[in-house]
Write a protein that binds this ligand. Structure first.
Ligand code: GAR
Length: 192
């Protein structure tokens, strides 16, 4: 019976560019009983992404696309996703911007985690911008991906206090811990 668990899960691809701590966290979540998703494919835009090691470690299919030519890359990517029956995409530290055509093709089925309290600080360098502006709080957001960068409907947010002694790296560390908590929770919220 235990072997049957997972058969009906939503086949998911995780897109990464870097360390992959969110990827690892999502893989571990996907192996729990309550997870509505299974992670069947890992996509990276660079061979240098440290997170690719989790593909080997957990024996998950991986593919690297350099995204130099976005049109042809996304065409190949779309075919690969369909071939693997992927129905859901989680962006986890993926630093390329997907085209509106691709996003439309996967309409409503791509989510992202962003290290700020959106709509504040879309884009890059969120932590240093929050500190520079002397914000009292920051946090992270899980949201749907739409054609407009970091602007899709918010699924879940977690707010944390910025302390006087915080630097952008200490803040990044604290927020990353919260990211690991809310990303699985947001997925449960979507599918339950
Ligand atoms: C995370 O903090 C994530 O929110 C951020 O990159 C980091 C990836 O860490 N994403 C973005 O900035 C997307 N715009 P990870 O590779 O250890 O998961």
């Amino acid at each position: 019976m235990a072997k049957l668990i997972g058969l009906n899960r939503i086949k998911t691809a995780v897109f990464i560019s870097g360390t992959g701590s969110n990827l690892k966290n999502l893989i571990n979540f996907s192996k729990t009983k309550k997870s509505p998703i299974s992670i069947d494919l890992i996509i990276s835009n660079t061979i240098k992404a440290k997170g690719l090691k989790f593909a080997n470690q957990y024996q998950i299919k991986k593919k690297i696309f350099n995204f130099k030519n976005i049109k042809t890359t996304e065409k190949k990517l779309f075919i690969l996703l369909k071939k693997n029956k992927i129905n859901f995409i989680c962006l986890a530290g993926f630093m390329k911007i997907l085209s509106s055509k691709f996003i439309k093709q996967f309409n409503g089925k791509i989510i992202n985690i962003h290290p700020s309290l959106l709509p504040r600080y879309k884009g890059l360098n969120t932590h240093s911008r929050a500190i520079q502006n002397k914000d009292k709080f920051s946090g992270c957001t899980v949201h749907y991906v739409t054609e407009k960068l970091d602007s899709g409907k918010i699924i879940m947010q977690k707010k944390i206090k910025i302390l006087k002694k915080d630097t952008s790296s200490s803040l990044a560390r604290k927020i990353l811990k919260q990211e690991h908590k809310i990303y699985p929770k947001a997925i449960l919220k979507i599918f339950n």
